[in-house]
Design a protein around this ligand. Structure first.
Ligand code: OFO
Length: 172
């Protein structure tokens, strides 16, 4: 049976991953209605990935003989000023998630839950990738500033990244 403190902290992480999915869905919706179809496609895909992050935790709790709890969620921000703003918010959010995973890992170690600590390694690696991905995108957006042609290219690039993700998922 899993330690109660660890189980509670995992449930909180379930909530945060679920919120990430909802936040990126809200952002995708904004992008779609504000002339960024590529960014929208990319974020719709990313919202699905966050749902997978959430489900991995849910199944882990079940495998350990527990039952994951779904906690209430706040409404995500649904309007943004610019694409730069939006991706800035994503990077901030991912840094918060990294902190949350690290905290959860710390709780697992403190409670001698080494199986959970081992399981969390995947999330620790994933967060390195998430932060790297979003800071790269953010740097590109900063570079083009308000140049319309540059923004168009970035949107196309994001569309390509979403398609590459779809192909990778099919192959997986
Ligand atoms: Fe689940 O990695 Fe982003 O939030």
């Amino acid at each position: 049976m899993m330690n109660k403190n660890v189980e509670n902290a995992i449930n909180q992480q379930v909530n945060r991953e679920e919120f990430s999915s909802r936040l990126y869905l809200a952002m995708a919706i904004w992008c779609e209605s504000n002339g960024f179809p590529g960014a929208a496609g990319f974020l719709y895909k990313h919202a699905e990935e966050e749902r997978i992050h959430m489900l991995k935790l849910v199944h882990y709790v079940a495998d350990r003989g527990g039952q994951a709890k779904l906690l209430p969620m706040e409404e995500p921000t649904q309007t943004y000023n610019t694409l730069l703003d939006l991706f800035g918010e994503i990077l901030k959010h991912e840094m918060f998630i990294t902190g949350s995973i690290n905290e959860l890992y710390g709780i697992a170690l403190k409670e001698n839950e080494f199986t959970t600590a081992n399981f969390l390694q995947w999330y620790i690696t994933e967060q390195v990738e998430e932060e790297a991905l979003f800071s790269t995108i953010l740097d590109k957006i900063k570079l083009v500033g308000s140049d319309k042609a540059g923004m168009f290219h970035i949107d196309k690039e994001l569309e390509g990244m979403a398609m590459a993700k779809a192909v990778t998922n099919v192959g997986a």
